[in-house]
Design a protein around this ligand. Sequence first.
Ligand SMILES: [Zn+2]
Length: 462
Amino acid sequence: MNRPVSPLLHDYKQSVSGRPKKSKALQWFAVGLGIPLVVVALLSTLNKTTPQESRSSAPVMMSAANEPPVIPLVDPAALLKQAEALIPEPIPVFDKLVLNITSGDTMEMLFRKNNLNLGHLMSIAELDEAKQRFRRIKPGDVFEVTHDGGEVISLYSELDLTSALKIEKQESGFAARIIDRPIEIRKRMAFGVIDTSLFESAATAGLSDKVIMNVAGIFAWDVDFVLDIRHGDNYYVQYEEVWQDGEYVSDGEIIAAEFNNNGRTIQAIRFVDDNERSEYFTPAGDSVRKAFIRAPVDFTRISSNFNPRRRHPILNRIRAHRGVDYAAPRGTPIKASGDGKVIFRGTKSGYGKTVILQHGGNITTLYAHMSSYLLKVGIGTRVRQGQTIGFVGKTGLATANHLHYEYRLNGVHRNPRTVDLPDARPIDERYREKFMATAEPILKELEQFKSTQTPSVAYLSQ
Ligand SMILES: [Zn+2]
């Protein structure tokens, strides 16, 4: 597990509840150690009770005959028998095999290789649950087989993060069941100070790349992480970790974060609505994002800017370039820059394969030269911001793979790189109260955590 190690604040109690994975030797060792331990425990119990009993009766005995207190005799054989009776029957211990699936493996091959009973495999494969599992076997899958000299006792395989298949031998044959693998969400807090870069600060704070990328994604609308970052900028983040059976599995969602950039503070709190849609809002309930993504594709460079007087590279005459060209490899996903509805999808002369979206506020966006559309995107389809609508290509009048992107407000072309983008909608009124109730304790926790950190240290090191 590449779990980041850091001096983070843990606001949870560690609960260890792993499945016991004892070896045969260890189990027998435990039983061997168990007998003397029980004997010792019984003896010490007797020793403790005896003086107490004698003490309570001592005054009587002392005054009557002035004799030493009577200590009951202990029969060691009887004691040992008593101790043995307390030890449960030893649980039969079987061998355990871990089958790691690699490319080209089949269950049959692995059973043969490990001298496991092939007849048992056939019986198991007849069970519906096992049939389904074996059908989608792939490299990296793990099967745990408990066996007794090759006779299969049980078989266990994780299906996904929260369930597993368990097959057990019973008197009537093999039986399969799907068992739950409950996960536990733990909350963590971290504090990072930027010295040279965001990623370096994250590593120092013990944050994974995934967490810091998500933090950057939340604030990307307000902070240009390439140009706006200053030495001493800092951030607080509260996020989730997924744990299972007492083991760290992965980092989860960001619950809340604060970014202090060049003297200004931005806070974001996660809210999940009734449709399981999650979004980040400021403590006042405003969205932290804009209604539009500035560049709807991960581009390598801007190959042509918005320019009302540009000489067209193919037509070789002055023709206004009313969008921005983002160079990107063929097949790069093109994202809807904002929530909207598809109003055009088709070939549009020089534009090649094109999609036009209608958004609120009388804004339309256009995406041209696509190599292909996303199949389910047709006229009338509602799309969400960031959703893929097609792929970069060079259809129409284009010399190289790029996305030609246009932004129109009230029918007038605007420069997509500089146009003032509208804010995304604040928290829905019907959720406002719930959001405020959610945000309050989270912000309190954040403030509490902040009070334990010393951001000034970062500035002192300058
Ligand atoms: Zn263009």
